[in-house]
Write a new protein. Structure first.
Length: 342
């Protein structure tokens, strides 16, 4: 009861923002509910002069509900399917993730872009967009404005990829009689599930391939999602190590991302259940709830974001996002050539 007394107003406000954002995201999946929620949250906070009565609930939503979303995301991962069909794309995934993180680190040093934003943009570009940012933010203790900045950058290149990649794939000579090459390309070079789906579905529609490209792209994308596990664990270790070197006391066990273990547990439950004959569709409501929680958390992040500051500081992160995107695209194509996929 004490929890509800402190948080219900903020939770209700985030829910009110999330509901229209969810349906707008359904109507315009290339943009997606999380982006609508951030924008709506930023608009509301401009009008809300005193947030003292709702701030605790907003903070709970932007921190804890975001972690619950990542945990529930695990129920969408059947590890046996990923291992069987995703292994072909694994070398490409490792290469693209490494490329993005290296580019983000170099530009962070050269252009003096804040470290947390650089990490979020690098991880979001290389793994799975908003979900990866959601998992990484609490581990590196990123604030809501940094999360909003990274999500905004990812959103921009999501739209560009969904619009341009089908035409680009045809231009460079992907096989139009099969969805395999373009599916792997979309699954490794596009950073968010909604845009992966949009690009792959467009390819299927253009060349009458049913859902062959989409199935391939989504499987590759799910394989990329598993990279959340090692990335978050490494970042937690690095944060603890850096804090110790700077003379600050940050214990590893206190910043260890335990919610990632629950994410892994959810994946194992799904894999075991499906192997025992339980229909995979039984986990669909949990996957949907995960997506809704992300939208709700992004609304809270929007409420905590200074839109004027976001616009003023946006140039360098956008440039970083463009470099990461270009690097991932190029490496994905080179790796496919080396592996003889196209």
């Amino acid at each position: 009861m004490d929890f509800l007394k402190k948080n219900w107003k903020g939770l209700l406000l985030c829910l009110v923002i999330a509901l229209p954002s969810w349906f707008l995201g359904k109507a315009l999946p290339v943009i997606g509910g999380p982006v609508f929620a951030i924008l709506l949250g930023m608009a509301v906070t401009l009008l809300l002069k005193d947030k003292s009565g709702v701030q605790q609930g907003i903070t709970f939503t932007s921190k804890k509900v975001l972690q619950y979303a990542v945990i529930l995301l695990g129920f969408g991962l059947n590890l046996s399917v990923i291992l069987q069909t995703g292994k072909q794309s694994l070398p490409i995934i490792v290469a693209t993730i490494t490329t993005s993180l290296v580019i983000a680190y170099v530009l962070h040093r050269v252009m003096r872009i804040p470290g947390k934003i650089s990490t979020l943009v690098g991880v979001g570009s290389s793994i799975c967009g908003g979900s990866a940012i959601a998992a990484t933010a609490p581990v590196i203790d990123a604030d809501d404005e940094e999360v909003a900045q990274a999500i905004s950058v990812i959103f921009l290149f999501n739209i560009l990829a969904a619009i341009l990649f089908p035409a680009f794939g045809a231009l460079i000579g992907f096989d139009t009689h099969s969805g395999e090459a373009f599916g792997i390309f979309a699954g490794t070079a596009v950073n968010d599930t909604s845009s992966v789906t949009a690009a792959a579905s467009t390819w299927d529609s253009l060349y009458h391939l049913g859902s062959a490209t989409l199935d391939k792209a989504v499987t590759v994308k799910l394989t990329r999602t598993l990279a959340i596990i090692p990335i978050t664990l490494v970042l937690a270790f690095v944060r603890a190590k850096n804090a110790k070197e700077e003379g600050n006391k940050v214990e590893f066990k206190k910043i260890f991302p335990f919610f990632i273990l629950y994410f892994v547990g959810a994946s194992i439950i799904t894999t075991a259940a499906v192997s025992l004959g339980v229909p995979a569709g039984i986990f669909s409501p949990l996957k949907t709830l995960s997506k809704f929680f992300i939208v709700m958390a992004m609304g809270a992040i929007g409420l905590n974001t200074n839109v004027v500051k976001l616009i003023k500081t946006g140039g360098k992160p956008i440039f970083m996002g463009a470099c990461c995107w270009a690097g991932i695209t190029g490496v994905s194509l080179v790796m496919q050539k080396i592996l003889g996929i196209w």
